[in-house]
Design a protein around this ligand. Structure first.
Ligand code: MG
Length: 377
């Protein structure tokens, strides 16, 4: 029998690739739900092509989509209730959460509540509520499999290993578009910040890569996924983006995972984990790679890394502030309202002003996030 799957955020770059992966895995998966927020035209095209049973639209686009899809045999549902249904439908075994930003937290929790396998691209869920999510997933038996290329690498390196053998994680980073840029980043333009050297991604994550906040989020993500403290995770710049991360074990062995930078691979691995499935992508030719280089990150130029480490150590509601303020500021930067360096400066300011709640409930987390949106947006 085929696995029924819901792909949330199907119109984003991960979602589009996840749909392609389901084509490659046609014998194994049936797409029952897709959901998209802004790009309703693409959502309509995807419906015609992939024939899901349900489309989850945003409340705003619901009527437009309903008209455009009146000839298709598909049910259209909307908003939070729609997402909940996509995550909790008894037939659905796997939920791909590729929603952007803090909006992805609720669906992650809906799916975990019902013990689904969650292929998680929405790292913000783990950043905001990692401790809660891990506890809940233990209770319901839900399996969380990362789609993020670095965490997929970690998972692949851990295959067959025991957690007690793990000593340290080496998290690699491309360094983003400003790695070699001299001088202040204050006046970099939106276009410059969006020009990532190796990966083609959505705008939010591309800006997060330019500030290196994305790497900070990935550090917190790794803390929760692999139950390791932030002190035992080292961020290393690796501009070629071929080694996606490394695991160091208690005997000194280091296992790395390599691959050309293409998200199709980690998405497919998450869906088929712990098995592999054939994938026709270009292969690495080691003799043609001129060199592999590794550097320490410049923490003065990229203060987001220190802030994320601080949030990881303080835990509680501090990572909620890190994540939410960052998200608000990224959109302000993309709207031309603040400078590039103001993104992280404002995150630090709000973290300094925040009094940490060390054991927040999920309601505390959502309320804090909503308050910050109201206050700063
Ligand atoms: Mg990543």
């Amino acid at each position: 029998m085929k696995n029924c799957i819901s792909i949330l955020g199907s119109t984003g770059s991960i979602g589009v690739n996840a749909l392609k992966v389901t084509e490659n895995l046609k014998g194994q998966f049936r797409v029952k739900y897709i959901s998209g927020y802004n790009n309703y035209k693409l959502l309509v095209e995807q419906t015609a092509k992939y024939k899901p049973e349900f489309v989850v639209a945003s409340e705003d686009n619901y009527s437009k989509i309903k008209i455009l899809l009146k000839k298709e045999h598909v049910k259209i549902i909307a908003g939070d209730d729609g997402l909940m249904q996509a995550c909790q439908d008894f037939e659905v075994s796997t939920v791909v959460n590729a929603i952007v930003g803090s909006f992805g937290l609720k669906p992650t929790i809906y799916a975990i509540e019902k013990g689904k396998k969650v292929c998680l691209a929405n790292k913000e869920s783990l950043v905001m509520a990692g401790s809660y999510i891990k506890k809940l997933s233990k209770k319901t038996g839900s399996e969380i499999v990362p789609i993020d290329s670095e965490h997929s690498a970690m998972l692949q390196a851990m295959n067959g290993e025991e957690r007690s053998s793990l000593e340290k994680i080496i998290l690699t980073a491309s360094g983003g578009p400003f790695r070699t840029r001299k001088g202040s980043l204050k006046n970099v333009t939106i276009e410059e910040a969006l020009a990532h050297p190796n990966w083609l991604m959505g705008k939010k994550i591309t800006i997060d890569s330019a500030t290196m906040m994305n790497k900070g989020f990935e550090l917190i993500e790794a803390v929760h996924l692999f139950d390791i403290s932030a002190e035992n995770i080292e961020v290393v710049i690796h501009p070629e983006s071929i080694i996606h991360s490394l695991m160091q074990f208690i005997d000194g062995s280091v296992i790395a995972q390599m691959g050309l930078p293409d998200m199709i691979l980690p998405i497919q691995y998450a869906l088929t984990y712990p098995k592999r499935h054939k994938l026709k992508l270009p292969r690495i030719e080691l003799s043609k790679l001129a060199k592999f280089s590794f550097f320490e990150p410049d923490r003065k130029k990229f203060p987001a890394l220190d802030l994320a480490e601080r949030a990881a150590k303080e835990n509680g509601t501090m990572p909620v502030v890190l994540n939410t303020v960052n998200e608000i500021m990224v959109y302000k930067f993309l709207d031309g309202k603040i400078n590039f360096t103001d993104i992280v400066k404002n995150v630090e300011k709000e973290m300094d002003a925040h009094s940490n709640n060390s054991k927040p409930t999920i309601d505390n987390i959502s309320e804090l996030s909503d308050e910050l949106w109201k206050k700063l947006n």
